[in-house]
Design a protein around this ligand. Sequence first.
Ligand code: GDP
Ligand code: MG
Length: 735
Amino acid sequence: MQLKMALAGNPNAGKTTLFNQLTGARQHVGNYPGITVDYKEGSLQYLNRTIIITDLPGTYSMTAYSAEELLARDYLVNNRPQVVINIVDASNLERNLYLTCQLLELGAPLVVALNMMDVAEARGIEINAAILAQHLQVPVVPIIARNGFGKEALLSAAMDIASTQQQWNPLNISYGDDLDGTLKELVAKISAESLMGETYHPRYTAIKYLENDEQILAKGREISPQTAQILEQIVAKTADHTYRTLDVYPEALIADHRYGYIKSILRQGVISRKFDADRLYTSDKIDKVLTNRLLGPVLMLGILFALYHFTFSWSETPVAWLENGFSWLGDFVEQRLPDGVLKSLIISGIIDGVGGVLGFIPLIMFMFFGIAILEDSGYLARVAFMMDRIFRIFGLHGSSVMPFIVSGGIAGGCAVPGVMATRTLRSPKERMATLLTVPFMNCGAKLPVLALLIGTFFSENKAQYMFLFTLLTWVVAMLAAKLLRSTVLRGAPTPFVMELPPYRFPTIRGLCIHTWERTYQYVKKAGTVILGISILLWAMMTFPGPPSDVANSFQQKRQAVLDAAHPGVALALQQNSEPLADEVRLLKERLTEISNAEAEVALRHSIAGRIGIGMEPVTLLAGFDWRTDIALIGGFAAKEVIVSTLGTAYSMGKVDTEESTSLSDRLKADSHWNRVVAIAVLVFIMFYSPCFVTLVCIAKEASWKWAAFSMTFNTIAAFLMAMAVYQIGTFFNLG
Ligand code: GDP
Ligand code: MG
């Protein structure tokens, strides 16, 4: 017979690590609370039985505060696993046992896995598992999930529980005279009506009523409105009483008593410290400096600045290699293939398109590697902790920080997991404000555009500008959040406690895996989605082509120039004998000019060109010419396409005198582009509509109405900002 087993625990307690140890499944192990919101399933064979294991989302509690808590609880009561393994971080026992306490109150058949015994030991904490087990009255097995220590013992304890404990057995904790009395009253009523009797024990339902659990309250009202009304009246009376006498609501009293219960157990000799009790542990010592109120943010900015500096300076050479490689490839094809549509497709559509994206791989890898160090060492959690103070000012929540960082708050994330990570937020309004502002961050797809334009127009101060543009995304996101939270999403803030996992030395292997996983995503996208969109855009930029009389007139012009030249000069050009004499070079330049003009006319006649030109009168207010418009439209599909489309637009419009040059050189040479235009374009790209996939994701997480809002609001706001930059910059002649 199959056996169902669930893993429950606080975020970062090591659930996923244990899950992988048990099932052998490979998946991301990281510190983002909320990235594994959907639970994962795996299976394992043990003593000839198949065990189905579910990795529940990490939660601190079992109340309907967040989507994860709800998901974990619903899974437990609806699927009734034969055994629940509660993973507890031994180095942080008191806090972790809060969830244990609630699992016991729920009555689930429990085995406590005391994880991170190595960390506890390193910090001089000794834990007596036997005493803990005796007081909790469930098996407690010390393990180290990272290396598999204790796995066998854990499985065997779990099998014992699964085969002996058939009934759910809720633990009764006393919540003090006031509440215990009310509970009795509630339980009597709930049992009499057998309200939700098949799902919860009556006392559990009663506690949830006292805790104001929205899901349970709603269910009660649905099943039996009269009973629900009576229950809610009893609760209201008690709440009123405790508030008047003790100045707290029942939920807080309940939490206090749970902590009291845990403390009383821990005092029985469960924990002993080898070191002086008030001695600061290394992590705490580091945190004294790194999260210091004044020094912390300064160091944080310094660390991020260093990250950009190293990323740009170390990746410079490999990026140049790749760029040269692609332009060599372009030249190679240029010389081998006959002129025509196929050649144009390969050079302008594929090589310039995909090459433009792939050329940034070294930069992206260095950036991801740096971020992996920040993440794996535990510093990213400190960043979240420090940002929390700022977030509150703007109506966001501490839990909003991770979605922002996941979306590219430091650089190079993706708004799709960012939007999904907002599920950790309890308050729907804070969640919505976060969800709508995370797409402002510099995701991995915007990086190439940033790198291209910064590299082209601000090459002396790349890291500084990268840093400035990153700060700008935060400023804009915060202001937008504040705007949303004081208009359409008005509402009070919710409290928040942030857990700081101890610092860990990142392993080279972990860093490489993280870097590779993310880089691979990028490469895969370039080879599939981006390639497809690139070809589509190329087709839009190529067809229907100029009318035949236009083509003929260019042909005639060319002929006229050749005819006018001295026959010897024309012959020398044909033979291409180096070095070119002055007259020959002159002739070549004239011919090139004609070809350029012809290519431009062709592009103007194409579908995309017509759209771009149609938009130009408006977009010129922000300094975007019609070619840029084409690229920006492509960016609605995926932001990577912006660089590749610019590449295509500018490679089709220009045939260079010498061998083909990089997009960067072409932009620099183009009379339309300058620093002000570059900044205006960047500002627009950073803040305009989220890409299509993100919009779909927003629609799924919120609604199509919000997705449409996000698309139009962002695009209009971005355009206004870009316009301001361009107009002011041009006025002061800063280009
Ligand atoms: P989850 O959020 O509960 O899924 O936690 P994870 O499995 O993602 O683990 C969080 C972090 O703790 C990861 O960096 C793990 O490598 C680390 N970790 C997990 N178990 C242990 C352990 O027993 N010892 C040590 N030192 N680290 C661990
Ligand atoms: Mg996990």
